[in-house]
Design a protein around this ligand. Structure first.
Ligand SMILES: [Cu+2]
Length: 506
């Protein structure tokens, strides 16, 4: 039974009014209030770094995914998945551009999985897509590739068709930090966990049934009710009174975030999915849809030691978000409702601590120069439409649901192409493509409609309802029909429901 999508019921005025009343009533007990409700904070978990073992010039990473449990709510522990013994999520892999690496991925779950390296430039045979199933008890031997990516924040996660929502919900995933010489030469904060903070945002709904309480729900829901930052509820972090860096991943199933600070301060976007920008871009709000990453700098040098500030998501009325933004549905429960929907909610509580010697105290004026594919080199332009046979039907690309045995696009190796993706009229989406980093050329045909902060290398792009995005990419990584690359919506419930296609490059 495919997931069903019916967004239009959320527009009914009576239901909307009732839901708003419910949302206001829920503020007191959720622990994520944006108001004056006292909250007991927990220290933000920072995943350990994994740098691998280097021998014979090759750096090897050993990953093992297993079931675990985590104490998230009073009472029963929550059943979870984690890599390398973690009780949720996994270690942060550190890769250096140019290094040959190999990954040993052991599946200690009782079910099949795959592990995909989101954003990395590597051949289809190493990509970890739905065809590269790792059986229970088996080890995937052994994807090996040179690190071609630019310094940025990437991630790894299961890509098992129809199982991705479940496995991601349970906590299977981890960040990847790629470092390179160009980034290393810049005066940026890069002391991991001190002034360079990974921040993986997601939310969960818990079962309440007696005897099976406190378990993550992952069927027939799009949204969680409680925010988890790196797996921590009501997270707080102490940051030095200087310039600090946050590497933010939207690791949600479906929700979009519209991040900003409660005090309205300006912060700087320095990079996106696949690299740093030419220069910092000042913003007060930053939208991230599932799968997207942005790195930001926050200048705390004017703050008082001992003071606090709050990173929030402004997903409520007056935020400027349009109908179709994921998490803007005006409902507190049900498949498309959540206690976090249609409101402002807290994301991270920051306590300002004393400055560290040697910390970064000034914002850099410029970052990196990049050479993007040239429009003059485009040999083929494609249009991919997100379709649905009306509300209630699963989303598809051009009317076709995902089929492991059908190749949807054939790309010539080395070709530069432009792809235009249209969102359709039902909902917004988050489009992700494997095997390339792209540059967004236009939104709705307009180059000037592309945000300054999304001008860098990208692998995931937000598609608002009824809108289109056009990107350019050079397809240098090859993939054959045995292990083709995927393009899909990174709203994982949409992906599992069939909003995914396959392409070869040869
Ligand atoms: Cu989607």
């Amino acid at each position: 039974m495919p997931p069903r999508y019916d967004r239009r019921t959320a527009l009914r005025p009576l239901l909307a009014a009732l839901a708003l009343a419910g949302a206001l009533a829920a503020c007191g007990g959720s622990g994520t209030s944006s108001g004056d409700t006292p909250v007991t904070y927990n220290d933000l978990a920072v995943p350990p770094l994994l740098t691998g073992t280097t021998s014979g010039g090759v750096t090897t990473f050993d990953l093992a995914l297993a079931a675990s449990t985590k104490q998230l709510k009073p009472g029963a522990r929550t059943e979870t998945y984690g890599f390398n013994g973690a009780d949720f999520w996994g270690p942060t892999l550190v890769l250096n551009r140019g290094d040959p690496v190999r990954m040993n991925v052991r599946n200690d779950l009782a079910e099949e999985t795959t592990v995909h390296w989101h954003g990395l430039l590597l051949p289809g045979s190493a990509d970890g897509g739905p065809h590269q199933v790792v059986m229970p008890g088996a080890t995937w031997l052994t994807p090996a590739f040179p690190v071609k990516n630019r310094a940025a924040t990437y991630w790894y996660h299961p890509h098992m068709h129809m199982m991705t929502q479940k496995q991601l919900t349970l906590g299977a995933g981890g960040l990847i930090i790629v470092r390179d010489a160009e980034e290393a030469a810049l005066p940026l904060p890069r002391t991991y966990g001190v002034d360079d903070i990974p921040l993986v945002l997601t939310s969960r709904r818990f079962t309440t049934t007696s005897g099976v309480a406190n378990q993550f729900q992952y069927t027939t829901i799009a949204y969680g009710d409680y925010l988890l930052a790196n797996g921590t509820m009501n997270a707080q972090v102490s940051l030095p009174r200087q310039v600090v860096r946050l590497r933010i991943l939207n690791g949600e199933i479906e929700r979009g975030y519209n991040l900003g600070f409660k005090d309205g301060r300006t912060f700087q976007v320095i990079g996106g999915d696949g690299g740093l920008l030419a220069a910092p871009v000042p913003v007060t709000r930053l939208v991230l849809v599932p799968g997207e990453r942005y790195e930001i700098l926050v200048d705390l040098s004017g703050d008082t030691v001992g003071s606090t500030l709050d990173l929030q998501s402004f997903n409520g009325p007056g935020s400027g978000l349009a109908f179709g933004f994921a998490g803007y549905e005006n409902a507190t429960s049900g498949e498309f409702g959540s206690l976090l929907n249609y409101r402002t909610f807290d994301v991270l509580h920051v306590r300002v601590a004393a400055a560290r010697s040697g910390g970064v105290t000034a914002l850099p004026a410029t970052l990196v120069s990049s050479t993007y594919p040239s429009v003059g080199d485009v040999s083929r332009s494609r249009t991919v439409n997100i379709t649905a046979d009306g509300p209630g039907a699963p989303f598809t690309f051009d009317g076709l649901g995902f089929d492991m045995d059908r190749i949807d696009q054939f790309v010539t190796a080395g070709a530069t192409e432009s792809w235009t993706i249209t969102a359709g009229t039902i909902f917004s989406h988050s489009f992700h493509i494997h095997g390339v980093q792209f540059k967004i050329l236009a939104r709705n045909g307009s180059a000037s409609a592309v945000g300054s902060h999304e001008q860098g290398w990208k692998d995931t792009v937000y598609l608002p309802i009824r809108e289109a995005a056009t990107f350019i990419a050079r397809f240098d990584e090859t993939a054959d029909a045995s292990f083709p690359f995927m393009y899909h919506c990174h709203m994982v419930n949409h992906e599992d429901g069939g909003l995914m296609g396959q392409f070869t490059v040869h």
